[in-house]
Design a protein around this ligand. Structure first.
Ligand SMILES: Nc1nc2c(ncn2[C@@H]2O[C@H](COP(=O)(O)OP(=O)(O)OP(=O)(O)O)[C@@H](O)[C@H]2O)c(=O)[nH]1
Ligand SMILES: [Mg+2]
Length: 317
């Protein structure tokens, strides 16, 4: 049996190999994805994002347990940006999801950026496609919410939970980081700490304007992941949100949008490659650069004419 056949027969070791293959973009990984893609689309994808150490892993862990108790199979992706800016790895006390059942009902995969964020969102989406095709009912995706890449990752989810903590200023920070735009549900975790009521109130105030404009009520739930408190309420809201997007048509709309983005992403990838591959054949690039450097021409005119030579396409203005 090939690895792909083993994957399709439900072998988790084959799943792990396929994911590595996709993540490392090994030769022909696109062909593998093309085979898996039609099998995907059934899993519900839930994103958890928020500042480092907010308790995202702890919440994913607790929600996964409730979903397992319902008989679902769960795939978990923990995206671990290793940049010094996010500082995730600096926290020595982060939760590792190790004490999960080993009967095949859960699969946990962490993905590191290895110092570069290029393509991370696409790679995460592709890994989610593999988990989806493998047959998991839910895919929980954890990512530190500080940059654009992380926002892109949660864009592949059906429901997004923004996790904040009682420390003052978080709500305002969240606004700045664009987290407000992507949240469907807010979890104020570590509600056992002082100040949690304040941030809930502050957030509710900020959300009031937005709530008036949409049908979904953007719930704010105070949770205590370590004490397993209000996790059931959080899951109720997840259920409610999934129900809302399905009946309102937003689910399909969003999924179609994701397909469009994927399609454009694939075309852009190939188009970029085409340019890099062809440019040397149709022109002397060093000479072109020298001409521009010496003021004999400009990147705008030359760029358009080179594009036309490569593709036959006259750029739109
Ligand atoms: N007091 C308190 N601590 C919590 C709670 N939930 C999680 N923690 C602790 O906060 C720390 C970080 O939790 P994680 O779940 O690893 O947080 P995270 O957001 O996944 O962290 P990164 O992935 O490193 O960004 C751990 O020591 C947890 O035990 C809570 O409800 N109350
Ligand atoms: Mg974590």
């Amino acid at each position: 049996m090939t690895v792909l056949e083993k994957f399709l027969s439900g072998d988790q070791a084959a799943l792990a190999r396929i994911i590595t293959f996709i993540e490392d973009r090994q030769e022909k990984y696109r062909e593998v994805l093309a085979r898996l893609y039609p099998q995907s689309g059934r899993a519900v994808k839930i994103g958890f994002t928020g500042p480092p150490g907010a308790g995202k892993s702890s919440l994913v862990n607790s929600i996964a347990r409730l979903l397992l108790a319902r008989g679902h199979r769960i795939g978990i992706i923990a995206v671990d940006p290793t940049s010094p800016f996010t500082g995730g790895a600096l926290l020595g006390d982060r939760i590792r999801m190790v004490d999960m059942p080993t009967d095949g009902s859960v699969y946990i995969r962490s993905m590191a950026t290895r110092g570069s964020s290029g393509g991370l969102a696409a790679a995460t989406g592709n890994v989610a496609t593999a988990l989806d095709a493998f047959g998991f009912d839910f895919i929980l995706i954890e990512t530190v919410g500080v940059g654009q890449v992380e926002l892109d990752i949660v864009d592949t989810c059906d429901t997004v939970i923004v996790v904040l903590v009682p420390e003052s200023g978080d709500a305002i920070q969240a606004l700045k980081a664009g987290l407000m735009e992507i949240a469907d549900i807010f979890a104020i975790n570590k509600a056992d700490r002082p100040g949690s009521e304040n941030i809930v109130a502050e957030l509710n105030m900020v959300l009031e304007l937005k709530r008036n404009k949409i049908e979904w009520d953007l719930p704010v739930i105070a949770t205590e992941a370590i004490n397993n408190k209000n996790i059931d309420r959080l899951l109720e809201k997840i259920d409610a949100h999934l129900g809302y997007i399905k009946t309102s048509g937003l689910f399909e709309k969003h999924r179609r949008e994701q397909i469009k983005n994927k399609l454009f992403g694939v075309m852009q990838f190939h188009f970029n490659n085409l340019i890099r591959q062809e440019i040397g054949r149709i022109t002397d690039l060093d000479k072109v650069i020298s001409d521009i450097y010496e003021g004999k021409s400009d990147p705008f005119t030359v760029g358009e004419s080179l594009l036309k030579k490569i593709s036959g396409i006259q750029p739109l203005h």
